[in-house]
Design a protein around this ligand. Structure first.
Ligand code: SF4
Length: 232
C-alpha cells in the first residue's frame, strides 16, 4: 500500500455557496432519534432493494435509534464509502424513501437520506475530535497495484476499499480537485464543494494516493498505465 501522504486539499474559505443554506439541514439529536424510532425495521425491507448501493437501511437506522452512531456509520460505509455525500445528493424520493412502506400507508416516509447524513456526519466529526479512525489503515501490504482513472465518486470509493484491503491504489485526475460531480455539479442547497473536498480528504487518508493534473492519453498513456499496474 502506498504510504504517500497526500497534502490536505483545500478551497477558498469565502466561497459564495456558503450563503446558500441547506434545503435539508442536519437533524438535531432529538429529530434523528424520533425519526429513527419511526422505522418499522421491515423484514425484506423494500428500501434496501431501492438503494443502488444496497445499504442495510433498517440496520443503520436501528443503530441510530439505540444511540450507536459509530456503528450506524460503519453499516453505511461498509456498503458505500461515499455514504456521506450520497445521503445528501441521492434522489432519495425516487429511491429508498420512495420505496418506504409508509408511503402505502399514507404516512410520511422515513427520511432515510437525512438519517444517513446524521450518522455519517456525526461519526466523521467524532473521528476528527478523538483521532480514532472508523476504519484504521491496513498495515498488511499486498503486492498488487491498481490505477484508477478520474477522481470521481466511483474511483474514490473503489480506491478506499482497495486501500483497506492493503492494495496500492493510485488515482489519476486531470483536474486540480477530486470529487467529480460532487465537487463541480451539485446544487449548493444540497451539498457544498467544501463538503465534497472534505469527504475526498477522508477517503485519501485510508492510504489512497491522488495524482492531480495528470491526463491519461496526454501526460501518461493508457498502455503505460496498463504496463505499470496490475489492474486499471
Ligand atoms: S421501508 Fe421504511 S419503515 Fe421499512 S425498514 Fe425501510 S425505512 Fe424502515
Amino acid at each position: 500500500m502506498s504510504d504517500s501522504s497526500n497534502p490536505k486539499l483545500t478551497i477558498s474559505p469565502d466561497r459564495l455557496e456558503k450563503q446558500i443554506a441547506d434545503y435539508k439541514p442536519l437533524f438535531t439529536k432529538s429529530e434523528a432519534l424520533i425519526e429513527a424510532n419511526r422505522c418499522l425495521n421491515c423484514y425484506d425491507a423494500p428500501c434496501i432493494s431501492a438503494c443502488p448501493t444496497g445499504i442495510d437501511i433498517p440496520a443503520f437506522i436501528k443503530k441510530i435509534a439505540t444511540g450507536n452512531i459509530l456503528g450506524s456509520a460503519k453499516v453505511i460505509f461498509e456498503a458505500n464509502m461515499l455514504g456521506y455525500s450520497t445521503g445528501r445528493v441521492c434522489p432519495v424520493e425516487d429511491l429508498c424513501v420512495g420505496a418506504c412502506v409508509y408511503n402505502d400507508l399514507n404516512y410520511s416516509p422515513i427520511q432515510i437520506g437525512r438519517l444517513q447524513r446524521y450518522a455519517t456526519e456525526k461519526a466523521l466529526e467524532k473521528e476528527v475530535s478523538t483521532g480514532k479512525k472508523l476504519f484504521p489503515r491496513n498495515s498488511k501490504k499486498s503486492e498488487k497495484k491498481v490505477g484508477l482513472i478520474g477522481a470521481g465518486p466511483a474511483s474514490l470509493a473503489c480506491a478506499a476499499y482497495l486501500a483497506l484491503d492493503g492494495v496500492e491504489a493510485v488515482i489519476f485526475e486531470k483536474d486540480g480537485l477530486p470529487g467529480g460531480l460532487n465537487t463541480k455539479a451539485v446544487a449548493p442547497y444540497k451539498f457544498h464543494t467544501e463538503d465534497s473536498i472534505n469527504e475526498a480528504n477522508w477517503i485519501l487518508q485510508h492510504g489512497v494516493e491522488l495524482k492531480t493534473g495528470v491526463e491519461i492519453g496526454k501526460d501518461i498513456s493508457l498502455e503505460q498505465l496498463i504496463d505499470e499496474y496490475d489492474a486499471v
